[in-house]
Design a protein around this ligand. Structure first.
Ligand code: DX5
Ligand code: ZN
Length: 230
């Protein structure tokens, strides 16, 4: 079966005064929109909120909106995203870990796809009790909060761990990586077993974001084909 690797531009790196203009530059070469929600508490930055998800849903009715909640206070924040138009809501495993299973179950019950995310310091072991109920596991490959940081190579160990856990347990969650992905390392990261590549600054700061996406897609295809031949 052909492996499909999805490309999810992170709108954190879009022009804050003209997000639609930045999206237009992608010329429909994206698979998902990655929308970072930050609260100035769980991470040291602020970004988008539910109104942005709603506006995206309205302007791009067919788009898949991948909301990455880097927030505490899920009792308040989650209800804001339930009917926001987001297709998938990911919460961090570090937030109220004792409630994680219940939190993820509630997101599912609300009819959304659900993801769980790990900061670089958090081991995969911390989410083993929920991998059977999630649609996606998001591995942060930089310190969450800011775009433009360098990819942490050790993140790939977690990807490999998740690939083997998925196989052993016959599960089907997607593995997403977020942070420090660029044109040079994307194919190598995909080969480690990543299904969804998030990329912010590298895409939107490039001269031609549509071409960036086409190049990365071609590089990944070639890398996977070469692996098949090896
Ligand atoms: C960081 C965010 C990322 C960010 C990635 O906390 O979760 O989605 O936009 O940015 P780059 O691709 O620039 O590392
Ligand atoms: Zn993110």
């Amino acid at each position: 079966m052909e492996r499909k690797v999805l490309l999810a531009p992170s709108l954190l790196a879009a022009d804050p005064l003209n997000v639609a203009g930045s999206i237009a530059k992608l010329e429909n070469n994206y698979d998902w929109f990655h929308l970072d929600i930050m609260d100035g508490h769980f991470v040291k930055n602020l970004s988008f909120g539910p109104e942005h998800a709603k506006a995206l849903r309205k302007a791009y009715p067919d788009a898949f909106i991948d909301a990455h909640l880097m927030t505490d206070n899920l009792n308040v924040v989650l209800p804001l995203f339930i009917n926001s138009g987001a297709d998938l809501v990911t919460v961090h495993a570090e937030v109220e870990p004792q409630m994680l299973h219940a939190t993820l179950s509630n997101i599912k019950k609300a009819g959304l796809k659900v993801g769980v995310s790990l900061c670089p310091a958090t081991p995969v072991a911390n989410i083993e009790h929920v991998i059977d109920i999630v649609d996606l596991v998001l591995i942060m490959s930089v310190t969450p909060g800011f775009g433009g940081q360098k990819f942490i190579e050790n993140s790939l160990k977690k990807v490999r761990e998740l690939v083997s856990l998925r196989e052993v347990n016959k599960l089907d969650y997607l593995i997403e990586i977020d942070g420090g992905v660029n044109e040079n390392n994307a194919a190598r990261i995909a080969l480690a077993g990543v299904d969804v590549l998030v990329a912010g600054s590298s895409v939107f700061d490039s001269e031609n974001p549509a071409q960036w996406l086409k190049n990365v897609r071609a590089n990944i295809k070639e890398a996977i084909e070469n692996l098949g031949r090896a």
